[in-house]
Ligand binder design. Structure first.
Ligand code: MN
Length: 389
């Protein structure tokens, strides 16, 4: 029996994710779908070389319930090759909120993956995967099961009779800021417990250590509806568990497409619209925008000038993968934003105004609809609109 247990924890790879209209010249497949696949393949390659006892994939392997044949085939092949090389050592695959069908009849793709030696898929209710050869029990809570844990007081307990107990969960813990609409949050007290040797979390797209024994692995590429707010380092976790010690948790990065946010600009601070363009280009020169996803936010450019500014920037940054120029209305102080007690006129973003709007009218909502949910859905829609511009 090994003195240490090594685990590779990977999550939210979102294979099949598509964005923008560029295609890979070789395959004709959406270029971002190819990027996302490459990040996954490189991560799995690195994981195989690290040679862990257990691989945990904590949900959202796929971006959709029915992934494209291209991504499905590629994922299957990567996992089959990895499992052959590691001679069928355990690989546990959890269903996430993106890749689990709501109804059983719609046929999840997960059973297919159990044809690969050593792969165990858990995508419905919570389930325990015993690994007697490692004296380990892995308690699995896929996205569908996380709802039960939250709503039905489902108690998660380490199993007696095993040296190591691991908990794997796909769900957003209370207090985490979701990038996307999150239907519910898991109470921390239901999940975080020091009796687990390691708690592997999925759903949040950045590496985040929640406690000494719990961590979100984060995604392997940029696939949320607000990629600009995601942290730049993507990857997987190398975890070493030893009885009586705090688990060692190391984030191993994988190469991704570069995401670059240029400095925000206000045209009112510039002499002319031409100076706005000059400043953007000077800033882009400092950053490496070649083949990158680039965003720049510019306030106070008159409507009549926007097309010209956008064209000038796009032409000059032609070697970027995609440039998103986001024009913003000059931020004004609204009456409701003037705080009467301090007299301070806080400048409000559209997101803040939306929150306030819902807050003021929450009495009018039907009983079964929470104000928080309405706020989140609105924020998601706003973020989707700014993405698509
Ligand atoms: Mn996800």
């Amino acid at each position: 029996m090994p003195e240490q247990l090594t685990v590779a924890h990977i999550s939210d790879t979102h294979l099949g994710y598509r964005s923008l209209s560029r295609q890979d010249p070789k395959t004709g497949v959406n270029q971002r779908e190819v990027d996302v696949y490459r990040a996954f393949a490189q991560a799995m390659d690195a994981i195989q070389l690290a040679s862990p006892e257990i691989i945990l994939i904590t949900g959202d392997l796929f971006d959709k319930k029915i992934p494209s044949i291209w991504s499905l085939g590629r994922a299957f092949r990567v996992l089959r090759v990895v499992q052959e090389k590691r001679k069928g050592k355990p690989l546990i695959l959890l269903g996430g909120n993106h890749d689990t069908p709501r109804m059983r009849e719609s046929g999840a793709v997960f059973p297919l993956f159990e044809e690969i030696p050593g792969v165990k898929a858990v995508y419905g209710k919570p389930d325990i995967v015993p690994l007697p050869e490692l004296n380990t029990a892995v308690t699995c809570v896929p996205a569908a099961g996380a709802i039960r844990v939250a709503e039905e007081n489902y108690q998660l307990e380490p199993l007696e009779g095993f040296r190591y107990n691991i908990l794997a969960v796909h769900g957003m813990l209370q207090g985490m800021t979701a990038y996307e609409y999150s239907p519910f949050f898991l109470p921390r007290s239901r999940v975080i417990d020091e009796r687990w040797d390691y708690i592997a979390l999925g759903d949040y797209h950045d590496f985040h250590k929640v406690s000494h024994n719990a961590a979100y692995a984060g995604a392997t590429e940029f696939t949320t509806t607000n990629i600009w707010n995601e942290r730049r380092e993507k990857g997987w976790l190398w975890v070493v568990i030893e009885k009586g010690k705090v688990p060692l948790i190391r984030h191993r990065t994988v190469p991704t497409r570069r995401v670059t946010q240029l400095s925000d600009l206000d045209a009112d601070q510039c002499q002319s619209v031409d100076e706005v363009v000059e400043r953007v280009l000077a800033d882009a020169e400092q950053e490496n925008v070649s083949e990158a996803l680039v965003r720049v936010r510019i306030a106070s450019v008159p409507y009549s000038e926007r097309a010209r500014v956008q064209k000038a920037i796009l032409q000059s940054l032609a070697d970027a993968f995609h440039v998103h120029v986001e024009f913003r209305v000059a931020q004004r102080v609204t009456v409701s934003a003037v705080d009467a007690s301090t007299g301070a006129g806080n400048v409000q973003s559209i997101e803040e105004r939306w929150r306030l709007f819902v807050e003021e009218r929450k009495q009018e909502l039907p009983g079964d609809v929470s104000a928080a949910e309405v706020v989140e859905r609105g924020l998601q829609a706003l973020s989707a609109v700014s993405e698509g511009g």
